[in-house]
Design a protein around this ligand. Structure first.
Ligand SMILES: [Zn+2]
Length: 602
C-alpha cells in the first residue's frame, strides 16, 4: 500500500465482496454467463502452471514487432496493439466532438511512456537521477531476458514524447477527414493504422486530433526514426504492460520499480490481489452485474437520486446569488445545472455487450480478447449512440466523475457507501460526505475547463468578457492561497490544482446550501442545526482522511491535479461561516481566516 484513506477503506470492503464473487465463480458455481467469464479469467490468472502461457503470448507479440519491415507495417502494428489494449505512444478512443455531442468520432491522443511525467526523464522527478537509472536498468534487464539488446535506448525517445503526454490536448480540436489526416501527417500510414484498429467504413469518417502538436511529433518520428528504434520502443511498451502478470522474477521487477520505488509500496501484492485488480478493470461489465445483484440494495438508487435532486436545487440557488456573474450568464449556468446528464449508481439500461469466449489457461490472451471486444463494443456504441446511457466507469469504484464534454455526472455505486453515505446517518452527514462529492463534481461544470462548455456539454463561448475577468480575479486568490502551502516540505502548485480547488470550494457550498434547505424543511431548531453542521464538516473531513507514503505524495505533487487531501479540507472549510458556528472557531485558532479574506466563487 502506498496510502490509506477513506477511499481505500471503502474500496477494501468492496474488494472483499468482489473477491467473494470471484471465489464463487472459481469454485464451480457458474450459474450465469457472467460467472462463467469470471471463473475462466480467474483460472487463467491464478493457476501457476499457466503463467508460462502468458510468456508465450508475450513472445509471440514481440515476434510480430521483429517482423516490421516498413512504415506501413509499423502503422498497422501500432493500430493492432491499441486495439488489443497494449499501450503505444499513440492512443485512440471513441468520443463525441467538442462542438457537437451527438456526433461521435475516433480521437487521437498521446499514449504511453514508461515514466509518470517529463520531469522524471530530466532526472528532476522524485528520486532524481537515481529513479532514471533504475528505469534504465529495468529496461535493460527485461529486454535481455527476451533477447532484446539495449532496450534502455528507448529512454531518449520517450523523453522527447514525455513533453506531450500529460499536456498537449487543445480545446475544440480539429475534426478532419482521412484525406486531411494523410496530408497533414503523411509519414504515418493511416490505411494500415486504421486496418490494424479494425475500423471499417473509414473512408466516410472524420477524426478528431486532440493534440495536433503531439501528432506532428509522432509523424516526424515515424519519418525520421529508424525502424530498429521503433521496434525497441514497441517491445518496451509490450513488456512493461505485461510485467505485472508475468511469472517471477518479472512481476517482482515491476513491483520493485513501479510500486516500491515510484509509489512507496512496501509489500508485493498477492497473486489474488493482482487478479482482483485486473478483473475489476477487464471484467467491468460481468463483475459489475454480479456486484449489483448482491450488494446494491433496492431503493438505494432512488435515495441517492433524491439527494442529487436537492443538490441541483441548491446549486441553482447558489448561482442566482453569485453576484459577480452577469444575470444572463447566471441564467445559462442554471440551465447547465438542469441539463446535467446523470448517471447514478449503475446504468438504467442493460449493456449490449457480449463477453468474448475466454480461455482458462492464458491470462495475456484473455486480456487481449477482452480489449478487442471492448474496442468493438465502443465503436458499435458510437454508431448506436448508446453511450450516455451505458457508461464505462467501474460501478464498484469509490469515486465520481464529471465530463464537461456532454455535461455528464457519474456517481458509481461504489461511492454511495460509508463513510460517504449511509441511509441511517444523522442529519448533515450525507450532505458533508456524498453531498460534498456530488457538489464537487457539479462545480466542475464551471471550473476553468468546464466553463468552456455549455448546457449541452458542447464547446461554446457563453460567458461575458466581464464574467471571465471577474472569474480570473477571484481564482487568483485561490491560486495564491494554495501556493502558500507546503506538503512534505514541497510547495503545492496553486495553478495546477486550481480547477479541483474551485470544485472543492464550490462543491462544499452546494452541499451546505442543500443541508440548510433540509434543516429549514424539517424545522430543525438552532441546537439541532449546529449538530447537523458539525456532522456535515466531520463527514467532509472524514472522507478526506489519508495517510500516504512520501514517494506517492511527492509523485502526486508533480502529476496530480488535486491538492493533497489535507489541504482539501484545511484550506477549504475556513471559507464558510457555518464552520465557525459549528465548532465555535475563534480568531486565535490556527485555521481562522478573517471574513474579508474568505473566498467565495460560487
Ligand atoms: Zn474533481
Amino acid at each position: 500500500m502506498s496510502a490509506v484513506s477513506s477511499t481505500s477503506e471503502t474500496q477494501d470492503v468492496i474488494n472483499a465482496q468482489l473477491m467473494e464473487i470471484i471465489r464463487e465463480a472459481r469454485g464451480g458455481t457458474r450459474k450465469s454467463k457472467e460467472m462463467e467469464a469470471i471463473g475462466r479469467f480467474a483460472d487463467s490468472a491464478l493457476t501457476l502452471k499457466y503463467q508460462k502461457n502468458t510468456l508465450r503470448t508475450v513472445r509471440s507479440l514481440l515476434q510480430q514487432i521483429q517482423c516490421i519491415r516498413d512504415t506501413s507495417d509499423l502503422s498497422y502494428i501500432i493500430g493492432s496493439l491499441i486495439l488489443r489494449g497494449i499501450p503505444t505512444p499513440l492512443y485512440v478512443y471513441a468520443g463525441p466532438e467538442d462542438k457537437n455531442t451527438n456526433v461521435w468520432r475516433l480521437h487521437f491522443i498521446p499514449g504511453f511512456v514508461g515514466l509518470p511525467s517529463e520531469e522524471y526523464y530530466k532526472g528532476k522527478g522524485p528520486g532524481g537521477m537515481n529513479t532514471l537509472r533504475s528505469y534504465k536498468k529495468l529496461l535493460k534487464i527485461v529486454g535481455e531476458a527476451f533477447d532484446i539488446e539495449e532496450m534502455n535506448k528507448v529512454l531518449e525517445i520517450e523523453k522527447r514524447l514525455s513533453k506531450y503526454i500529460n499536456s498537449s490536448l487543445v480545446y475544440d480540436p480539429p475534426v478532419i477527414s482521412q484525406a486531411t489526416l494523410k496530408r497533414k501527417y503523411p509519414a504515418i500510414n493511416w490505411d494500415s493504422l486504421l486496418s490494424g484498429l479494425q475500423i471499417d467504413d473509414r473512408k466516410k469518417s472524420k477524426y478528431v486530433v486532440d493534440a495536433p502538436q503531439f501528432l506532428a511529433i509522432l509523424n516526424n518520428m515515424v519519418a525520421k526514426l529508424d525502424l530498429s528504434a521503433w521496434k525497441l520502443l514497441l517491445s518496451a511498451n509490450i513488456l512493461i504492460y505485461h510485467l505485472p502478470i508475468m511469472e517471477p522474477p518479472f512481476d517482482t521487477y515491476y513491483f520493485n520499480f513501479y510500486r516500491h520505488q515510484l509509489r512507496g509500496d512496501r509489500a508485493k501484492p498477492s497473486n489474488e490481489y493482482v487478479l482482483l485488480d485486473l478483473a475489476k478493470k477487464y471484467l467491468m461489465i460481468p463483475l459489475g452485474i454480479e456486484y449489483i445483484k448482491r450488494h446494491v440494495p433496492q431503493g438505494h438508487k432512488k435515495e441517492v437520486r433524491e439527494l442529487v435532486d436537492k443538490l441541483i436545487v441548491s446549486a441553482k440557488e447558489r448561482i442566482s446569488d453569485t453576484e459577480w456573474m452577469d444575470i444572463s450568464t447566471r441564467k445559462v449556468a442554471q440551465e447547465k445545472v438542469d441539463g446535467i446528464i446523470l448517471g447514478i449508481l449503475y446504468p438504467d439500461i442493460s449493456y449490449k455487450y457480449k463477453v468474448p469466449d475466454l480461455t482458462s489457461d492464458d491470462l495475456a490472451e484473455n486480456l487481449m480478447r477482452i480489449n478487442i471486444s471492448m474496442s468493438h463494443w465502443q465503436m458499435e456504441d458510437v454508431k448506436h449512440k448508446l453511450t450516455y446511457k451505458v457508461w464505462t466507469n467501474l460501478i464498484y469504484n469509490v469515486n465520481a466523475h464529471y465530463y464537461p464534454n456532454g455535461n455528464r455526472l457519474v456517481i458509481p455505486a461504489g461511492i454511495a457507501n460509508w463513510p460517504y453515505y449511509c441511509s441511517k446517518a444523522p442529519l448533515g452527514w450525507n450532505y458533508g460526505g456524498l453531498g460534498g462529492v456530488i457538489g464537487h463534481e457539479m462545480t466542475h461544470a464551471f471550473d476553468v475547463n468546464g466553463k468552456e462548455f455549455d448546457a449541452k456539454g458542447e464547446y461554446a463561448d457563453w460567458w461575458k468578457d466581464a464574467d471571465d475577468r471577474m472569474y480570473g480575479k477571484i481564482s487568483k486568490d485561490l491560486v495564491k492561497l494554495f501556493n502558500k502551502s507546503k506538503y512534505m516540505g514541497h510547495p503545492v502548485n496553486g495553478k495546477k490544482t486550481l480547477s479541483e480547488n474551485i470544485a472543492d470550494l464550490g462543491g462544499l457550498a452546494i452541499a451546505l446550501g442543500g443541508l440548510e434547505r433540509e434543516i429549514k424543511r424539517l424545522r430543525v431548531d438552532d441546537m439541532g442545526r449546529l449538530e447537523a453542521l458539525r456532522n456535515f464538516f466531520i463527514a467532509y473531513a472524514a472522507t478526506w482522511r489519508e495517510k500516504e507514503r512520501r514517494e506517492k505524495g511527492l509523485q502526486a505533487l508533480l502529476t496530480d491535479v488535486h491538492a493533497p487531501a489535507e489541504m482539501r479540507v484545511n484550506l477549504i472549510v475556513p471559507h464558510f461561516q457555518e464552520w465557525y458556528d459549528a465548532f465555535d472557531v475563534k480568531p486565535n485558532h490556527k485555521l481562522y481566516i478573517t471574513p474579508d479574506e474568505r473566498i467565495r466563487i460560487f
